[in-house]
Design a protein around this ligand. Sequence first.
Ligand code: HEM
Length: 219
Amino acid sequence: MSTVGQKALMAVSGILLMLFLVAHMVGNLKVFVGAESFDHYAHWLRTIGAPLLPHSGYLWIQRSVLTVALVAHVAAATSLALRARAARPVRYAHRRPVQGSYAARTMRWGGVIILLFAVYHVLDLTTGTLNPVGDRAHPYANVVADFAPERWYVTLFYTLAVLAVGFHLRHGVFSAVRTLGQHTAAGERRARVVALVVAVGLCAGFLSVPFAVMVGLVG
Ligand code: HEM
């Protein structure tokens, strides 16, 4: 596939993954409404499309789409990185000290942290294998047990992963808005602000849940 095609694939898969993250973050905020509301929401997710779709049918479609998007995103990123290296097999003797933003430079390691987190997260809150409660019918209880103060290391890992998602997204949104927006200094400034607002908003929304549980606001 051409380099431009691979970049388009990165963009489309990235947008899909981001839409999921925004929906997931907003859904998580139901934890502040109460156990009944949160558990009801989780139950509703399994009934979307009924009676046309079987129980959890929609969830499996979403899982398939997200998996394909994730594989495409990582494969395109790897292929583009390998091509960039092949195009310049000999490293520059004098590398310019700062290349791109902090977010741009942390995309690869950030991506690895997010992938490791995704595996842990599914075993924790979807299958319940690594969760102290692990009751699939009552996700509220799983979340409350997960972020109990004595399990601060779980909250720490979630925080690291959410921050990695934030940096990752800031770079992704910035690139997308800059591509679609005006190619001027003002356009670039706007792209930077939009990216920062989206990333901070998403991080704050996600992190509000574990921290609310840890300080006893939710329980
Ligand atoms: C503090 C933040 C988060 C909390 C409290 C949280 C909570 C949850 C819960 C309770 C579920 C199970 C929902 C259900 O089965 O009905 C879930 C599923 C999921 N979460 Fe999160 N989540 C958080 C952050 C994230 C992040 C940052 C990502 C992505 C990088 C993510 C990706 C997913 C995915 C893909 C699923 C669906 C897994 C599946 O059903 O196959 N979550 N989350």
